[in-house]
Write a protein of this length. Sequence first.
Length: 230
Amino acid sequence: MLLKADQRGFSLVELLLTIILVSVVLAIGYNAFAYGIKAWENYVIRQEAEAAVRLTSLVITNEINYASYLEIRKKADDWTSTEVQGNDRLIFINNAGDIILRAITAAGNVDTTIAHTEKSTLELSFSKPVDNNIPASYLDNSLKFSVKARYTDKDGVDEDGDGIPEKAVIYSSNSAVLISNMLEGSGFPVSDKSLYSQATNCTPGDRVLYRTTIERFNPGAPGGGFTCGL
């Protein structure tokens, strides 16, 4: 049997110190957990943005490389149904923010989603690259384009000088592609809406229409009466 003098419990001060120590440990643990969650979220956002930008750049390069006709426009001057023809293809951003590859067919439009993001917004920009050999001239058989993914809730810098900062860029890609099958004199349209109409009208657009069909030479049957080479 223990004597009363040998019995000892926690004092109020000891209990308070214990509670304080536990609170400090929990606070440190919570902050570390919150930091880890935030770091993971940033990682996921960047990975999603980078994958979308890289895939879009790859698709545009592969598609435009074989174009025989190309036209750039802005959303406000989008093509009407009477301005497109069968087998035309378009790359643009739809109202939902997805990057779309549209094929014009006799049965109607067939849309394929190139890239979709949940945690960022995507941007496209198309323009003619400058010809460094000729002042104030542009390369008709090349396409310069950029793909950007931006934060939805984080401001960056004022890029266009309007006093309002654009959303910060997560990941971007700037590329140029040589259009291998471009037909001289007919590969680029003349239109008041086309950004390839004239050298001074080169403000980047956000959508492109192109064709990959070309008229090939079909030789007929050879004539008779030749002796050379027989």
